[in-house]
Design a protein around this ligand. Structure first.
Ligand code: SF4
Length: 289
């Protein structure tokens, strides 16, 4: 039997401060290993130099506790809340937003959020000292009495290259894969490759986009994957890398480090496909409270 568990505001606040304190200055260990691997297989001199510069940047940022990139990103949180969890003193959004506001000041991170998206509608579109930093929060229920938080600092350059298409349900697998490959390859250097490619297939318009974003995060334990999708991921990674856009779009063997697909059922008249791209900085962390 699972008993109701109360999680305090302080536990969540401290966990967010600690988590962002770990990732603003370094990519995931998996990312660093993949960049090292890309360097070992690379033959192009310019691409090799850029990969070495990325690894040096990783080393120096972690050592000096400096942001790994000037774009410290927008905070995206997938919160999987146990059905037996009660959050004490405040909404989850307000706790996360307060922690993000404070951790931004603690580490002098760049203020990257425009409060007014259409800039000419406001003379001062940025956050002020009196406003909490907005975050993107996606909530899901899971069994049990734990709170799982999957946190990402998402850069604008990579996010801007993301897209969604409502396919006809008769679309072939080749048409879908061509759309994905073309989207990543035509982005060139804008998303700061080598990139991570999150794909959402199915659901409706908005769920598909959320799946694509979630596909960038690890772990993805709540989601089961058919072998057909694993094979599709391998084909897509090969096709993208064979196009040779390479490191920062200047050529080379590795344009994408990883392709991850998540799928959900959809309406018989629909076949939405969304692509969300993350850059090589790939600042993600998963914590359980
Ligand atoms: S896309 Fe990533 S690496 Fe490029 S500027 Fe934005 S955060 Fe930095």
């Amino acid at each position: 039997m699972t008993y109701i568990r109360t999680i305090s505001k302080k536990m969540i606040y401290d966990a967010i401060i600690d988590a962002i304190g770990q990732i603003y200055c370094q990519s995931t260990p998996e990312t660093i290993a993949m960049i090292n691997n890309a360097l070992t297989i690379e033959e192009d001199d310019v691409a090799k130099d850029m990969l070495k510069a990325m690894l040096l940047n990783e080393e120096l940022a972690a050592k000096e506790k400096l942001p790994i990139c000037q774009d410290t990103g927008i905070v995206v949180v997938f919160a999987d809340i146990g059905t037996a969890v009660k959050i004490e003193n405040g909404s989850l959004y307000s706790i996360i937003s307060q922690a993000v506001t404070d951790v931004w000041e603690k580490y002098y991170l760049r203020d990257s959020i425009a409060l007014e998206p259409i800039r000419c509608f406001s003379s001062n579109p940025s956050k002020t000292k009196d406003t909490l930093q907005p975050v993107i929060l996606h909530l899901s229920e899971i069994p049990g009495n734990k709170l799982e938080l999957h946190i990402s600092l998402k850069g604008g350059g990579a996010e801007n290259c993301s897209t969604l298409k409502m396919f006809n349900p008769t679309a072939t697998i080749n048409e879908i894969e061509d759309f994905i490959v073309d989207t990543v390859v035509s982005s060139g250097g804008k998303p700061c490759p080598p990139v991570f490619v999150g794909i959402g297939i199915g659901g409706d318009f908005e769920q598909c986009a959320i799946l694509a974003k979630r596909a960038l995060m690890v772990p993805i334990s709540p989601f089961e994957k058919k072998p057909e999708y694993k094979k599709m991921e391998e084909r897509l990674l090969n096709q993208i890398n064979q196009k040779g856009k390479g490191i920062q779009g200047f050529g080379g063997k590795t344009t994408a480090l990883k392709v991850n697909i998540l799928s959900e059922p959809c309406h018989i008249a629909s076949l939405p496909v969304a692509i969300n791209i993350d850059c090589h900085a790939h600042r993600c962390i998963s914590i359980t409270i």
